[in-house]
Design a protein around this ligand. Structure first.
Ligand SMILES: Nc1ncnc2c1ncn2[C@@H]1O[C@H](COP(=O)(O)OP(=O)(O)OP(=O)(O)O)[C@@H](O)[C@H]1O
Length: 283
């Protein structure tokens, strides 16, 4: 069913997610309203950053966008199609269209799997490609993310955190997705490595026309990467607008507090690093 304009990659309408915490003998069961009705539209090729402190519902939203969690209510429209989020209803095509990259580059790769197999697995499961075609595509993707063909036969422990995150990004791209949900993808990395991975994400976005939902608690990163910003607070979107509008004129008290708590130097230092890195790459 076509529902949205062609320019819109992702539309979320009043999405909610409740969790039921079991009660005990004398304790009634409790409902946690993790996401309380969030709506937004995101154009193709753009980045929406979702920001907020721990427990505000960012990861729950990310899990709903990537079909890991079923919404309690609300609609999800991806690439013009309304998604039937009930278990077992999702098409393989839609599953391939949306991929996720998690925060922890150490936990997200199987230590016993060679990198070539990590990258080849989605192709093995979802396509009819031959072993040689899978190998070629995995090797090409290694190069795209700034690694090399020589890394194909290595194991995850042989890589640094930044390299592992590059591998996780490569794996997410193997099936040509259109939408990438990045859940704190650089939070576990050193600042200089963060800048490199952010640059890589920006380059890949340009090259493949990707749309990003970028979850972060780090305002300096958000300021660099986002076209639009949503601030979540206790499961609600308390602020939503273009990056410049949100940063220059935050409407909600919580956003102002959040901004006041982030030293300006952090923002400037990461921007400067990214600019230096870009200049060095261009030279
Ligand atoms: N599976 C679950 N069962 C019960 N409650 C949950 C579950 N997952 C999340 N919650 C609750 O929902 C709320 C939102 O959690 P969520 O993990 O989405 O927040 P977050 O902003 O991503 O935080 P963090 O950055 O710490 O991951 C929290 O109160 C959390 O305890």
């Amino acid at each position: 069913m076509t529902e949205a304009s062609n320019d819109i990659m992702l539309e979320v309408r009043d999405i909610k997610r409740d969790y039921e915490l079991p009660g005990g003998l004398f304790k009634p069961k409790k409902i946690v309203h993790a996401v309380k009705g969030v709506s937004f539209k995101l154009e193709r090729g753009k980045t929406l950053a979702i920001v907020g402190e721990s427990g505000c519902g960012k990861s729950t939203l990310a899990r709903m966008l990537t079909f890991i969690d079923e919404p309690t209510a609300g609609d999800l429209i991806i690439d013009g199609k309304k998604i039937d989020t009930r278990p077992g209803q999702l098409t393989a095509e839609m599953r391939q269209k949306v991929q996720i990259v998690f925060q922890n580059p150490y936990g997200s790769l199987n230590p016993r799997q060679k990198i070539g197999d990590v990258l080849g697995e989605p192709l093995l499961i979802n396509t009819k490609m031959s072993a040689e075609e899978r190998r070629d595509r995995a090797t090409q993707m290694l190069v795209k993310v700034g690694l090399g063909p020589e890394h194909y036969n290595r194991y995850p422990h042989m890589f640094s955190g930044g390299q592992r995150q590059r591998i996780a990004i490569a794996r997410a791209l193997m099936l040509n997705p259109k939408l990438l949900v990045l859940d704190e993808p650089v939070s576990a990395l050193d600042l200089s490595v963060q800048a490199q991975v952010l640059n890589l994400l920006a380059d890949l976005q340009d090259e493949f026309g990707l749309t990003y939902v970028f979850i972060s608690h780090d305002l300096s990163v958000v300021r660099y990467i986002a076209d639009e910003v949503m601030v979540m607070y206790f499961g609600e979107a308390v602020e939503y607008g273009t990056r410049d509008a949100v940063f220059s004129d935050p409407k909600h008290e919580y956003t102002r507090t959040l901004f006041a708590a982030t030293p300006r130097a952090d923002v400037d230092s990461i921007r400067a690093r990214v600019a230096r890195k870009k200049a060095a790459t261009a030279a």
